[in-house]
Design a protein around this ligand. Structure first.
Ligand code: SF4
Ligand code: SF4
Length: 354
């Protein structure tokens, strides 16, 4: 009675004991998604403010962070991204902490983190995230067209990667130049680290597939949207790669990570779209864990068990697996691979906090 979601979020933080994991002066990243321009489903800034206040109480120095996107949109570079964040309500005045774009002005500020993965031996983690001492992650749980669901693992794995790392995860097939859009500027040619682009004055660029290592740098370098990203890769592989990126991002945050998953306004698409469709499942509540795998498994189970909402993208209201029904995507691979990587466990124990 009269007990708000913000109160509940704060209570969860207090119960978690995570304040004891924050040392005086720790730089604590509040990792979240500022929402694409036009999207209205993203987590509102009031939740970020609660995290900021609790981190300050614990002696930490909070800052809000996200990274630039791979695709063209309102968050593809730090200038556009900060403007979008501001328009969506994320400013110092509203959240009480600075807003940082972790991979810098154009997504080139990243750290190579080594790991022994199935797909990667190193991943490109946004420097602003890597250098933080701890993370409090705020995830808006949604369905997702590549992952089946957008949860903590996807938010950390994809959301802490530089755009070229996002390209590595998204595509096994190499980028290609759309000739009609190419202005022949040569910028991609200068940036390609392995000389896989053929270009000279007055000609359109051409990517030589045999030489291309799929690093994605050219997709970020081109200012004209002339280098296309192939989104149609094997989604299980993308999910596994994203789990490896999450492992790389959290490698130096052992015992210093707290993960919230907000099962509210559960929309059928991620918050990267410039629109928001109606939720397909009724609100469940707020989850909190220090285990990014357990919290995602719990999120999947709770959303699949939630009341289906008519008038949404979920046509089969009786579907047992709502996420599969909405997206057509099998969501297990990211959880299975994350567990194999030692990021956490899929079995979990749910405790209700009154
Ligand atoms: S993806 Fe990387 S290696 Fe391939 S053409 Fe682009 S910059 Fe060069
Ligand atoms: S950066 Fe883009 S526009 Fe310039 S040459 Fe390369 S593909 Fe063409």
């Amino acid at each position: 009675m009269g007990y708000s979601l913000l109160d509940k979020m704060r209570k969860l933080f207090e119960k978690s004991g995570f304040a004891d994991c924050i040392a005086e002066g720790d730089k604590v990243a509040v990792k979240l998604h500022f929402g694409e321009a036009g999207n209205t489903a993203f987590l509102p800034p009031q939740f970020a403010r609660v995290a900021v206040e609790e981190i300050r109480k614990a002696g930490g120095k909070p800052f809000l962070i996200d990274t630039n996107t791979l695709y063209k949109g309102s968050r593809g570079n730090a200038i556009d991204h900060l403007e979008t964040a501001m328009l969506n309500g994320f400013t110092y005045a509203t959240v009480g902490a600075p807003v940082v774009i972790g991979d810098g002005l154009i997504g080139r500020d990243y750290v190579r983190e080594r790991l022994d993965g199935k797909h990667f031996s190193e991943v490109k983690i946004a420097a602003g995230f890597h250098h933080a001492d701890a993370v409090v992650n705020l995830t808006h749980f949604t369905a997702h067209e590549l992952f089946g669901f957008g949860g903590v693992l996807k938010g950390i794995g994809m959301g802490c990667a530089a755009p070229s790392g996002k390209q590595e995860m998204h595509s096994d097939v190499l980028p290609f130049v759309k000739e009609a859009k190419c202005t022949m500027c040569g910028r991609c040619y200068q940036w390609c680290p392995v000389d896989a682009i053929v270009w000279e004055e007055g000609t359109v660029a051409l990517i030589v597939e045999e030489k291309c290592i799929g690093c994605g740098e050219c997709t970020v370098a081109c200012n004209y949207g002339a280098i296309a990203v192939n989104w149609k890769t094997d989604v299980a592989v993308t999910q596994e790669k994203t789990a490896e990126y999450a492992a790389g991002a959290l490698k130096n945050k052992q015992g210093k990570g707290l993960f919230y998953s907000f099962l509210l306004n559960i929309s059928p698409d991620c918050d990267c779209y410039g629109f928001s469709d109606p939720p397909f499942a009724a609100d469940v509540g707020i989850l909190l864990s220090t285990d990014p795998v357990a919290i995602d498994q719990a999120g999947v189970d709770l959303v699949n068990g939630a009341q289906a909402l008519a008038g949404s993208k979920l046509e089969d209201l009786g579907a047992k697996d709502k996420l599969l029904a909405v997206t057509g995507i099998v969501w297990e691979p990211i959880l299975e691979h994350a567990e194999r990587l030692g990021l956490g466990r899929r079995d979990y124990h749910l405790e209700t906090v009154d």
